[in-house]
Design a protein around this ligand. Sequence first.
Ligand SMILES: O=P(O)(O)OC[C@H]1O[C@H](OP(=O)(O)OP(=O)(O)O)[C@H](O)[C@@H]1O
Ligand SMILES: O=c1cc[nH]c(=O)[nH]1
Ligand SMILES: [Mg+2]
Length: 209
Amino acid sequence: MSNVHVVSHPLVQHKLTLMRDKTVSTKGFRQLLNEIGMLLAYEVTRDLPIELIEVETPLAKTMQPTIAGKKLVFAPILRAGTGFLDGMLNLVPSARVAHVGLYRDPQTLEAVEYYFKAPTDVAERLVIVMDPMLATGNSAIAALDRLKRRGVRDMRFVCLLAAPEGVERLTNAHPDVEIWTAAIDEKLNDHGYIVPGLGDAGDRMFGTK
Ligand SMILES: O=P(O)(O)OC[C@H]1O[C@H](OP(=O)(O)OP(=O)(O)O)[C@H](O)[C@@H]1O
Ligand SMILES: O=c1cc[nH]c(=O)[nH]1
Ligand SMILES: [Mg+2]
């Protein structure tokens, strides 16, 4: 799957293994997600274009690299996507933020929108959409659809865990959007949960179950 980048960095893999453990505390889970967010931000920005600009050091004028091209928007899918946000903003503090409020209907597994707020110039930016879980793909597809309706043309999707079904559906629905994930797990269960997975990311982050 050429659209998909599995981030195999040992730090990411180690932290993900810790997060899967059902005995990890809410505090620990949130902290790990934040740390992995930072590492995934590093990976998803790895190929950003650079250009040379002139800088004057105390010793000489010199041409040195700086990030060129579109500015960034981070777009967490509420709620669980916000778990990545602080870590990502630590690396790119000047990024703007778009909030995409979606919940997955537990019966139909359809994504239901309840909030959307994006920077006015979002269409001119590179948008990194983030959500720890890519299960059926319904939420990710709905978020990308919504941002495309706002005119966004350049997007990347970052998650922690994906199910093969979600990767396939997202890739078919949005072949122009590349995916970064720390792992692709075995399957979805009958309730649309990723197996072995890590359970319900939002509930584990916020202690709501
Ligand atoms: O690929 P899908 O089948 O759409 O499933 C993934 C979605 O499910 C979870 O959100 P949930 O609806 O539980 O909301 P929450 O983040 O507020 O807990 C998760 O954070 C994703 O957004
Ligand atoms: O395994 C899953 C699937 C959807 N949402 C989650 O939080 N976990
Ligand atoms: Mg949830």
